[in-house]
Design a protein around this ligand. Structure first.
Ligand code: MN
Ligand code: MN
Length: 311
């Protein structure tokens, strides 16, 4: 295939050219665009090992291995819908509050254009400003949250309410999530207090532990997701939901997690819901090996993108 643009084009090999997500055009012109892919290279909400600021770039690079047709869902999303790479949010690494404002503003710009949003993090603190933007457009959302951690904790830092362990506490308290329509799936991290799950439930979460996923199987969990979620569904995936064997490149790895295949199954199984947005967070390339975490992340984003195309 001939191609007069040295940066882009389907004729380029994965190791060639400049890596936008799936080699999509990089633009902020959203006329007639269905989906914008947005990077948030921010990791100052991290409490343990940082490095997710390098996530978006690495996931984009890993995405070049995805040729475009999804054989399982039988769809070529880029042929059915118009998708662009919107670039990154202008983050301020020393200020979580300024960065959160910038994330909400950028996300609102995109959503106002009519495009939907696939966001690549970044640590999990970025989910709160993304939820604010989506709730601004759609009203309170139904939330599918896949993670090893509940992330409904109170901040461990008295002076700062926000971190990657608190986004869903705030989202619930701010009324961004529909009552009874929040599931957190894959939960297994050690807890700081024996009442942490009860506190998550009090706030409004349905906590599905990894034990429950493994006992019941992914299909059974998906059944509950479909029964529960009645509103516009936002999906947030923390890559540490995967077992460290499948995703070592993350800041807070927890043993005994989901396989890559189970994660793909979970995303695919969301087909049929009223899907409005997606983020994929906590990929930390400095801790990755052979890019396996970034490759998993790119594939999960592609899987979700495929759902937008078969809707
Ligand atoms: Mn986590
Ligand atoms: Mn998380």
């Amino acid at each position: 295939m001939t191609n007069d643009n040295p940066a882009f084009g389907a004729g380029l090999q994965p190791f060639m050219g400049i890596p936008s997500f799936m080699r999509l055009p990089v633009t902020r012109n959203l006329k007639d665009i269905d989906v914008a892919v947005l990077g948030v290279p921010f990791d100052s909400g991290t409490s343990y090992r940082s490095g997710t600021r390098f996530g978006p770039r690495k996931i984009r690079e890993a995405s070049l291995m995805i040729w475009g047709h999804n054989p399982t869902l039988n769809v070529s999303p880029l042929k059915k819908i118009n998708v662009v790479d919107y670039g990154d949010v202008s983050v301020i690494p020393t200020s979580i509050e300024h960065t959160m404002t910038a994330i909400t503003q950028t996300a609102e710009e995109i959503l106002q254009s009519g495009a939907k949003l696939i966001t690549l993090g970044g640590d999990h603190s970025i989910a709160l400003p993304l939820l604010r933007a989506h709730a601004q457009k759609y009203g309170p959302v139904s939330l599918v949250h896949i993670d090893a951690h509940i992330d409904t904790w109170e901040s461990e830092f008295d002076a700062v309410p926000y971190s990657h362990g608190t986004p869903f506490r705030h989202a619930l308290q701010e009324g961004l999530i529909r009552q009874g329509e929040y599931m957190q799936i894959g939960i297994r991290s050690p807890l700081s207090d024996k009442n942490d799950y009860a506190e998550a439930a009090r706030l409004g979460a349905r906590t599905v532990t990894i034990h429950e996923v493994m006992e019941k199987g992914v299909k059974e969990i998906l059944k509950e997701v479909h029964e529960r979620m009645k509103g516009p569904v936002y999906v947030t995936v923390d890559i540490d939901s995967a077992d460290p064997a499948f995703a070592p490149g993350t800041g807070t790895p927890e043993v005994g997690g989901l396989t890559s295949y189970q994660l793909l199954q979970l995303i695919r199984g969301l087909h049929g819901l009223n899907l409005i947005g997606f983020d994929l967070v906590e990929v930390s390339p400095p801790f990755d090996h052979a890019d396996i975490t970034a490759i998993l992340a790119a594939n999960l984003a592609f899987e979700y993108l495929s759902l937008f195309a078969i809707k």
